[in-house]
Design a protein around this ligand. Sequence first.
Ligand code: AMP
Ligand code: ZN
Length: 112
Amino acid sequence: MEDCIFCKIIAGDIPSNKVYEDDDVYAFDDIEPQAPVHSLVVPKRHVETLNDLDDVSLWNALLRGIKEVARLKGMVDSGYRVAINCGEHGGQVVKHLHVHVLGGKRLDDKMG
Ligand code: AMP
Ligand code: ZN
């Protein structure tokens, strides 16, 4: 989608630190990490918010991407946090669905 920063990252028009990629999803490091590990998993197809995700196979692909990030970043045993911000109250800034995967240390309990 035109003017979507994450579509541009997926297309390679904006550089990113790639962590994982398959036919359906792309994962890369967040530019402003909130934890020692902070990656984003995004569908390659432009989906605006979680509200717009109605494809179970894409949900499955995102789960695969999350698990690959956890494995590649060495967080399977230590644990990690997964978050999706949806819409205004959820604090979603980039309007291309993305899953935050955070870890690399014990995270505090604040959830907003
Ligand atoms: P959200 O608030 O859930 O929409 O999160 C958007 C996230 O995208 C933030 O954590 C930003 O730091 C991150 N972000 C924005 N631009 C880039 C970029 N060019 N490369 C990597 N991460 C980005
Ligand atoms: Zn997009």
